[in-house]
Every structure is written in structure tokens, then in C-alpha cells.
Design a protein around this ligand. Structure first.
Ligand SMILES: [Ca+2]
Length: 365
């Protein structure tokens, strides 16, 4: 996850590849290591490592003693398969294919089960952090299938390999390496004992070390932040990340847009406005939505490719933008949103069977 939002700032293809491989792996129930790291390993690729000056700089950045980094480096192992995975070309998938990977009956049912099982913590997250329970469920569902696929790489090896042997992303990953050492020291983890994705993302919500340090919280009061086996912490941490990135409880996420035969050139101009678009722009262009959008907000028009080659146009609101802070792909954000809606509906139905009516959450457009 969070790794993806940060990788997302770098617009090269490797972040997308990783994200895609991770997604595909999750969707197929495979680990990313199985799916995306099948190229042969070359031997002595790990000769060059960090310089002492570099480690001094990183220690200063992370606010830790350099000796911790020196020690960590000696425990890390270069993994050629991680480099291979990062280098594999990325092929963008259209929405109609992407959707099928994530909006599945098993993932929806998994989300309903997760919601029912952790209802009290999810509702507490909603009350104290202001984030919709079904969205927290959907994130954990998309990222790791509710904690089932959290990654099989040693995080130390992943961040060492990418931080010191992958020049195009070394600046980012070497900092994450230092953040990881800081985090592991704080939490009392053995450096080589923690597993994650091949990019070093950890736990049920796949937090990169910097996000773990900055946004993960102890939501059950045991003095540890454990996103691996402590579901309460995972729920609270995803909610806290969303809170910090502007989620508005009770506000809408996205709505279908009706173009009403607007010429394509004008549609393209509106797409290009990104988040500078306003509801007044839509009105002026003759684009309609079934709901009346509040005037005083920034919105964005997105086009999602359908199987027949046409596009499905949607108006995205602030909360959609917040989901893209977790992973910048609009496909990811829409998948999370649609999954969250399906989970919410399934939850209401399950509660009804228990004799309890739960009103659908009204959303202000
Ligand atoms: Ca805890």
C-alpha cells in the first residue's frame, strides 16, 4: 500500500509493476515472490553496497545511531529476484480487467466476514478517527486479502537490495532501509525476522517503514504497533492514515457522470483539469449526475475503459482523492470504493439476518 502511494510519486514504470504484480499475486492467491520474481539469480551482483558516508547521512536522516545501520547492512542479503521483479516491464491494464481481479465474490464475502468479526474495532475507528468501516475493510482486503498474503520477503533484504543496488530508486529505498532499522529497533523486532512484499511493505495494510513510523498506531493499548498479527492495530492504522490524508466521514466518493453528447475535445479538456475541476464546470459543459453535487468543492472527472472499447465516466470527490494517497492509481481507488460498497451492503444484509437493521450510510455529494 503505502509504499505504492510513495512509489507513486516516482513516475517510472517499476512502481506500477510492483503494484501490479502485488495485486495480481493477491488476486490469484499467490505471493508476489512466486509471481513476480521467477527470473534466475545472478551470483556476485551484491558487491557494491553502502559507503560509510552514506550510512552516516542516513543515520542522521532517521535520527538513529549509525552503528545500527552498520549492523543491519551486515545482516542483509542481496536478492537478485527483487531487482528482476522491479525491472520487468509493466503493462497497464484497462479498468474492466483490473476490476475483475478485485471485485470478486470471495473478496466481498471475506470483507463481510472481517467486518462482522471486527465490528467493535471498526466502529471505534469510525467514531474516533472518522473513517468508514467498509473502506478500512476494503483496503485490507485489496492489499492482503484480509491478512492472508502479507509477503514472503525479508523486509531487510528487500530494502537493502533496492536501497543500495537499484540506482534509479536508491534514494527512496535507502531512506526506507534506515526507517526500517529505526522501526525494528523501536518495536524490538529481529531485523531479519520480519517479512513483507518485495518492496518492503509490511502487515495487513502493507505499510512502508516511513508510513509505519508516521501513521501506524497502537489501537489496542498494548504499547506496540503490530500490523502483522494485531488486527486492532491494523484497523486503527489504516483509519489513521486515511484521517491524516483528508477522509471526510459521510461524504461521497464517486458518482456516474452523464456526458450528454459533449464533444470529445471538451471532455478531454475537462479530464485534463484534474482536481481543479468544480461542479460549476460540469454544469457549464452540460454534464449531469443523478445527485446534486455541493458547489463548494473540487472534483475530478475520470474515464474508465470498458470491455467494448467505450469509456465509463465518473466524477470523483475528495474521498476518492484520499484513497489515491494510499495508491495513486485511479483503478485501485475505484476498486477499493466498489469493494467497500459491496462489503457495506453484505454487512447490512448479514445484520438483517441477525434481526438488526443497519441503515445504509448516506453520503453527501
Ligand atoms: Ca497494539
Amino acid at each position: 500500500m503505502l509504499m505504492r502511494s510513495q512509489l507513486a510519486n516516482k513516475t517510472n514504470s517499476s512502481s506500477k509493476l510492483k503494484s501490479w504484480c502485488s495485486h495480481l499475486g493477491l488476486a490469484l492467491g499467490l505471493s508476489t515472490s512466486l509471481l513476480c520474481a521467477m527470473a534466475p539469480t545472478t551470483a556476485n551482483a551484491a558487491n557494491s553496497g553502502a559507503t560509510s558516508a552514506q550510512l552516516t547521512e542516513l543515520a542522521k536522516y532517521a535520527g538513529i545511531d549509525k552503528s545500527l545501520l552498520d549492523s543491519a547492512i551486515t545482516q542483509a542479503t542481496y536478492q537478485q529476484k527483487i531487482i528482476d521483479a522491479m525491472n520487468r516491464p509493466y503493462e497497464a491494464k484497462p479498468w474492466y480487467m483490473y476490476r475483475k481481479l478485485f471485485i470478486t465474490d470471495s473478496r466481498i464475502q471475506g470483507g463481510v466476514d472481517f467486518y462482522l468479526k471486527h465490528e467493535a474495532d471498526l466502529l471505534r475507528a469510525q467514531q474516533t478517527l472518522g473513517v468508514a468501516p467498509e473502506v478500512i475493510c476494503a483496503i485490507i482486503g485489496v492489499e492482503t486479502f484480509f491478512g492472508k498474503n502479507m509477503g514472503t520477503w525479508k523486509v531487510l533484504d528487500a530494502l537493502y537490495t533496492l536501497g543500495f543496488h537499484y540506482p534509479s530508486r536508491a534514494s527512496y529505498f535507502s531512506k526506507e532501509f534506515a526507517n526500517y532499522v529505526k522501526l525494528a529497533t523501536r518495536e524490538g523486532w529481529g531485523l531479519t525476522s520480519v517479512k513483507g512484499s518485495y518492496a518492503g511493505a509490511m502487515g495487513m495494510g502493507q505499510f512502508m517503514p516511513s508510513s509505519y513510523l508516521n501513521y501506524a498506531i497502537d489501537f489496542n493499548g498494548d504499547q506496540h504497533v503490530n500490523l502483522f498479527t494485531d488486527t486492532q492495530d491494523a484497523i486503527g492504522s489504516v483509519a489513521n492514515y486515511f484521517r491524516a490524508h483528508g477522509w471526510i466521514l459521510g461524504a461521497g466518493v464517486m458518482y456516474p457522470a452523464h456526458l450528454n453528447n459533449l464533444p470529445q475535445a471538451q471532455v478531454n479538456a475537462l479530464l485534463k483539469k484534474e482536481w481543479k475541476l468544480t461542479p460549476m464546470d460540469l454544469i457549464e459543459a452540460g454534464i449531469t449526475t443523478k445527485v446534486n453535487l455541493s458547489a463548494n468543492q473540487n472534483i475530478r472527472l475520470y474515464a474508465f475503459e470498458l470491455e467494448d472499447g467505450t469509456y465509463d465516466y465518473q466524477v470523483a470527490l475528495n474521498n476518492f482523492n484520499t484513497i489515491t494517497k494510499y495508491n495513486k492509481s485511479p483503478l485501485y481507488a475505484r476498486a477499493v470504493y466498489e469493494l467497500s460498497e459491496a462489503i457495506a451492503t453484505g454487512y447490512q444484509e448479514a445484520k438483517l439476518l441477525q434481526g438488526q437493521y443497519v441503515a445504509p450510510s448516506g453520503k453527501r455529494p
